[in-house]
Design a binder for this molecule. Structure first.
Ligand SMILES: Nc1ncnc2c1ncn2[C@@H]1O[C@H](COP(=O)(O)OP(=O)(O)O)[C@@H](O)[C@H]1O
Ligand SMILES: [Mg+2]
Length: 491
């Protein structure tokens, strides 16, 4: 994922360099165009002003002079006057030098005396000159050229030359030989644009490198933070692996313990069955031959054995559930019948405790697909608790119904017993948890019934909810699927 960020950054770096280059070029293009436009306006107004102020005044002289080659014009005073007026006119203008050429490229004059001396004709193959001699303004920019400034010093810089065509009226043209071209003279105005040119180039580079620098900065941050994120994630991953390993170890330890309990319980049951069986035989076969006190002992051995067996059975069952070793045996069973059976088994104890057993069951058959043995075990556990913890004259009631809308089988076991305080609920739901109050001390038990019941209900895909109020009673709700499919079973 962070590899992608790097690839992405590299691609965007290339992209940004391209963009920066484009922006720089575009910027310099715009700047150049701006300089050109401004100078074009300036030149044409300068040219126009010059024509009005100087050119028109001397035009007749010039037309006359045009019969002889310009090199010889110098001899004429009229020409010298014309040149003086020209130099004077441009002296105040923000130009470097102005030159005049005939349309064919022959040099007439320059405002710069140093240049005057060379009298070098212009290279007429300048496209800009050609353009001007054909009546359209032309322009030419040269970088790093050597030229004379108005103080006659040689300088190196950027020179912009604009070539302005000067036109005359049709009847006083200097070139009138059946020619339709109205251009008389080409005026070349040189501007020293070294500074603005340099500035525009610097700005171009600043823009380009500025964009790249900002991007690199952002990229740097991105890479920095992505590296940090990567490090954090790697660390967390490591931590997760450690946690997973610890959890797996704990789970396996827990499983090992449960396995051990399951094994030991199993081993305990065999001798216990012998104790119970033989004490029973002793009790019946030797009944007449034994003294009263010995008969009592044997009955005690038998009942203690039975108690221990039920305890071990519970432990075994619970350990198996913990170890994920319990298996469900799914059949179609009649839930109504099962509730009735369980209640019937509870009658002797209820009678003894003087507790009334009630039932509220659906009239029609109530068939569910579940594990009959486990469900019955849960019902008996809960019923025996209710009977055990309900004082004389109380009631224990089982309600069952088919919640067709949710496709669930509902069982509610409620009593009017001693109840459980809210703070004790988690305790009684934990293995071996019993509430040791004045009221409940009288009752014996192992404290495995509730947690085991909850485990079994969950194994059958259901939920186990307990609600209780001290002195009012306890209600346990089992919410089970109507049809438990094997794939749903959690083992
Ligand atoms: N119906 C109930 N009314 C009041 N207290 C109850 C009820 N059912 C269970 N308890 C409390 O929860 C404890 C744990 O119950 P259980 O796990 O079945 O173990 P046991 O019945 O062996 O004590 C009981 O000792 C009792 O304090
Ligand atoms: Mg119990």
């Amino acid at each position: 994922m962070f590899g992608y960020i790097r690839v992405f950054s590299m691609i965007s770096l290339l992209f940004i360099i391209g963009c920066a280059y484009f922006i720089g070029v575009y910027y310099s293009h715009t700047a150049t165009n701006n300089i050109r436009d401004m100078i074009a306006i300036n030149s044409s107004s300068l040219g126009q002003g010059y024509v009005n102020a100087v050119w028109t005044k001397h035009h007749r002289t010039l037309v006359r002079l045009s019969r002889i080659p310009p090199q010889k014009w110098e001899r004429y005073r009229e020409f010298q006057r014309f040149r003086r007026d020209t130099v004077a006119y441009f002296a105040q203008m923000p130009v470097n030098e102005v030159r005049l050429y005939l349309r064919d490229g022959a040099f007439i004059l320059s405002t710069n005396d140093a240049k005057q001396k060379t009298r070098k004709p212009l290279e007429t193959d300048y496209p800009a000159f050609q353009q001007a001699s054909n009546g359209k303004m032309g322009m030419d920019i040269r970088e790093n050229v050597v030229f004379f400034n108005p103080q006659y010093q040689r300088v190196t810089g950027t020179l912009l030359s604009s070539f302005e065509p000067i036109m005359a009226h049709a009847n006083d043209r200097m070139f009138d030989e059946n020619n339709t071209n109205p251009v008389d003279t080409v005026m070349r105005i040189d501007y020293d644009i070294t500074e603005p040119w340099q500035r525009s180039i610097s700005l171009q580079y600043i823009a380009m490198f500025g964009i790249i620098a900002v991007f690199l900065l952002i990229l740097g941050f991105l890479i920095f933070f992505s590296r940090r994120a990567e490090a954090i994630i790697a660390k967390q991953h490591e931590l997760n692996l450690e946690l997973t390993a610890t959890a797996a170890a704990a789970e396996s330890e827990n499983r090992d313990k449960s396995m051990f309990l399951a094994n030991i319980s199993h081993e305990l049951r065999t001798p216990l069955n012998a104790i119970i069986g033989f004490s029973e035989i002793l009790g019946t076969e030797l009944h007449d031959k034994l003294e009263m006190v010995h008969r009592e002992y044997i009955r005690d051995i038998n009942s203690s054995g039975k108690h221990l067996l039920s305890l071990i059975n519970d432990i075994l069952e619970f350990s198996k559930a913990e170890a994920g070793k319990l298996e469900v045996d799914l059949i179609e069973l009649d839930a109504t019948k099962m509730v009735k059976n369980s209640i019937r088994l509870m009658i002797p104890r209820a009678d003894e405790a003087q507790v009334t057993l009630l039932e509220e069951l659906p009239k029609q058959a109530f068939i569910i697909h579940s594990d009959a043995k486990k469900l019955k075990q849960v019902l008996l556990n809960l019923l025996s608790n209710s009977v055990k913890f309900t004082p004389q004259g109380g009631q224990v009631k089982v309600t069952a119904w088919n919640d067709q809308a949710r496709n669930r089988a509902m069982f509610v076991i409620s009593d009017t017993g001693i109840g459980i305080a809210p703070k004790d609920i988690s305790k009684v739901m934990a293995p071996f948890g019993q509430v040791d109050s004045e009221l409940s001390r009288r009752y014996d038990g192992t404290g495995l019934g509730l947690p085991l019941s909850k485990k079994l209900v969950e194994l059958l895909g259901g939920s186990f909810t307990i609600e209780s109020q001290v002195g009012v009673g306890t209600t346990i709700t089992l919410d089970l699927p109507m049809r438990l499919e094997r794939t749903n079973v959690r083992t």
